[in-house]
Design a protein. Sequence first.
Length: 190
Amino acid sequence: MLAFFVLLLAVLSRILPHAFHAVSWNFTALGGGLLFFGSRMGTSKRATWMLPSALAVLMATDYYLTVFAYGYAFHVSAYLVTWLWYAAVCLIGMGILQKPTVLRVAAGVLASSTSFFLLSNFVVWTSGSMSMYPRSLAGLSACYVAAIPFYRNDLVSTALTAGALFGLPVLAARIAESLHAAHRNDLPMA
């Protein structure tokens, strides 16, 4: 199934940079992959098994990265918002991208990247004694400003991934259609 293959590529885009010691600034296929995965969930009956399957894979990835790549203790409570975000992005894909258009894909990209930026940095700011930022408006602002490079890269990587996943099949279909039309025009008339 193509949706699970895309999910696997998204997971690998998070793990492989750590394996090769080439960690980037949040440049992964996760956002675009989740939008695509959600668009392929189809009916609510299919979504009842596909969404939990995807979440289980992503939870395992978060555990692996936290414990083995970052060397930190794993706390489920630290990931609840992230896991809810994964589900929400899949549902965005399910809702608006079953019939993708350029505008819908752009809206999905913007919604997924911006929501992750806003949610994840708010959680960092509110994380109590673990936070590097004081609990004030200035601390919240500093937290968001420090995350702008990560947001930019997430937005670009999500746009590239979603653009490829939703755009390349349309482009291939149009090329095939034009080749068929050209072939029909080259046939001799009887």
